[in-house]
Design a protein around this ligand. Structure first.
Ligand code: 4NP
Length: 155
C-alpha cells in the first residue's frame, strides 16, 4: 500500500499545489501518493494560479494538470500525513478532526524546517510575484526534509 500525503492550504491554487508537485518530485511514485486540497471552496475544479504554474516551471516541475478540491473529513482516513501551510489552515483542519489520531496526522509544514516555531508559509495570492519564489524556496527546503524522513521510515 502506498503511503499517502496531503498538502493543504486555503484556496488550493497557490501554495498546496506547489507543495504537492515539489514533494511528489522527491518521492518514488510506486510507494508514495501526494495530493493537495484547500480548506475553502472557491477554487474547486480550478487549475493552479498562473504564478504557481510559472514558478514550478522555472524550477523544472509541471503542475498544470492539478485541479482544486476542498478538504473533506474522509481525508483523515484516506491520508497518512496531512501538511498544512499556515496556522489558520491548522485550526480549520484540526477543527474537523473527530479523533486524536486524526488530529495527530496534521502538521504545519514549516515545523519540519523550524521545529516547534509554528511559522506560516505566507499566502502569496495578493502579493508580488517574488512571493511565489519565496514560497517555492521554503516548500522545497521543507519537502527535502520530509522526503528523506518518509523514504527512511517507509522503505
Ligand atoms: P492559497 O492562496 O491558499 O495558497 O491557494 C489563496 C488563493 C485564493 C484565495 C485565498 C488564498 N482566495 O481567497 O480566493
Amino acid at each position: 500500500m502506498p503511503v499517502k500525503i496531503l498538502m493543504v492550504c486555503l484556496g488550493n491554487i497557490c501554495r498546496s499545489p506547489l507543495a504537492e508537485g515539489i514533494l511528489a518530485s522527491k518521492l518514488p511514485k510506486e510507494n508514495f501518493i501526494v495530493d493537495s486540497a484547500g480548506t475553502g471552496s472557491w477554487h474547486i475544479g480550478h487549475s493552479p494560479d498562473k504564478r504557481s504554474i510559472a514558478v514550478a516551471k522555472k524550477n523544472g516541475l509541471c503542475i498544470d494538470q492539478q485541479k482544486g478540491r476542498q478538504f473533506k473529513t474522509s481525508d483523515f482516513d484516506e491520508f497518512d500525513y496531512i501538511y498544512v501551510m499556515d496556522n489558520s489552515n491548522y485550526r480549520d483542519v484540526t477543527h474537523l478532526a473527530k479523533t486524536p489520531e486524526h488530529k495527530n496526522k496534521v502538521c504545519l509544514i514549516l515545523n519540519e524546517l523550524f521545529p516547534d516555531e509554528n511559522v506560516d508559509v505566507p499566502d502569496p495570492y495578493y502579493g508580488a510575484v517574488d512571493g511565489f519564489d519565496n514560497v517555492y524556496k521554503m516548500l522545497d527546503e521543507a519537502a527535502e526534509i520530509i522526503s528523506k524522513k518518509l523514504i527512511k521510515k517507509h522503505s
